[in-house]
Design a protein around this ligand. Structure first.
Ligand code: DX5
Ligand code: ZN
Length: 221
C-alpha cells in the first residue's frame, strides 16, 4: 500500500500560537494543512474564518485543505479562495445546490471536495464524480475534535474507492475524524490516500509532531 498523505487539523493546535503551530507541523512532515471552518449553525461549534486563513498563509507553502462546515456555503467560497485555500471541501447538505457549488469552486481556480457525513450515502457522489477533485469521508459527526472513529465508515471508504477507480479520474479519498495509527491503517487498507488528524498529531507538544505524523504514515507502508 502506498503511504497516505497526512493533513493535520489545526483545530487541535494551540489557538494562541497558530502561526507557530502551522510552521511546526509543516516542518514535522505534514503534507497538507487542514482547516476546520465551523459556523455554529451547520455544526454546533464556531471556529475559524477567512481572516485567520489569510493570516496563516505565509506560515507554510503546503496546500491549505479547507473543510467548510457552513450553511449556506456559496457566499463564503470567494473569501476562502482569496485567503489562500487550495482545496475547498463542503457538505452537500449545506449547499443547497452541490453541483453549482462545485462549479463555483472550480471557477475560482481551486480544487473541489465533497464531504460525506457518517449517515450520508455514497450515492450523493453519482452526478458529481466527473467534476470533483476530492471526497472527504467523515468518520465522526462533524463539529468537534477528539471523537471516536465510527467503524461503519470503512465500508463507505471501500465503496467510494471503487467508484473513484471506475471513474478513471485522479480524485483524492480523504478521511477525517478519530484517526490514530490503528484507524489510519484500516482507512488506508480500505482505499483512503489522505488522512486528517487533529488529536493524534498535536498530542505531546511540538517535539512529538514529527513522530506522530510518521506513525500515521507508517500505517500505509
Ligand atoms: C471534525 C473535524 C475534524 C477534527 C478531527 O468536525 O472536521 O477535522 O478536527 O479531529 P480528531 O483527529 O481529533 O478526531
Ligand atoms: Zn475536518
Amino acid at each position: 500500500m502506498a503511504q497516505p498523505l497526512v493533513s493535520p487539523s489545526i483545530l487541535s493546535a494551540d489557538f494562541a500560537r497558530l502561526g507557530d503551530e502551522v510552521r511546526a507541523i509543516d516542518k514535522a512532515g505534514a503534507d497538507w494543512i487542514h482547516v476546520d471552518v465551523m459556523d455554529g449553525h451547520f455544526v454546533p461549534n464556531l471556529t475559524i474564518g477567512p481572516m485567520v486563513v489569510k493570516a496563516l498563509r505565509s506560515h507554510s507553502t503546503k496546500p491549505f485543505d479547507v473543510h467548510l462546515m457552513v450553511s449556506p456555503v456559496d457566499p463564503w467560497l470567494e473569501a476562502f479562495a482569496d485567503a489562500g485555500a487550495d482545496v475547498i471541501t463542503f457538505h452537500p447538505e449545506a449547499g443547497p445546490h452541490a453541483h453549482r457549488t462545485v462549479q463555483a469552486i472550480k471557477a475560482l481556480g481551486k480544487k473541489a471536495g465533497i464531504s460525506l457525513n457518517p449517515a450520508t450515502p455514497v450515492e450523493v457522489l453519482d452526478y458529481l464524480i466527473a467534476e470533483i477533485d476530492l471526497v472527504l469521508v467523515m468518520s465522526v459527526n462533524p463539529g468537534f475534535g477528539g471523537q471516536s472513529f465510527i467503524t461503519s465508515q470503512l465500508d463507505k471508504i471501500r465503496a467510494i474507492r471503487q467508484r473513484i477507480d471506475a471513474s478513471g479520474r485522479a480524485i483524492h479519498l480523504e478521511v477525517d475524524g478519530g484517526i490514530n495509527p490503528e484507524t489510519a491503517l484500516q482507512c488506508v487498507a480500505a482505499g483512503a490516500d489522505v488522512l486528517v488528524a487533529g488529536s493524534a498529531v498535536f498530542s505531546g507538544g511540538a517535539d512529538r509532531y514529527a513522530t506522530n505524523i510518521a506513525a500515521l504514515k507508517r500505517g500505509g507502508t
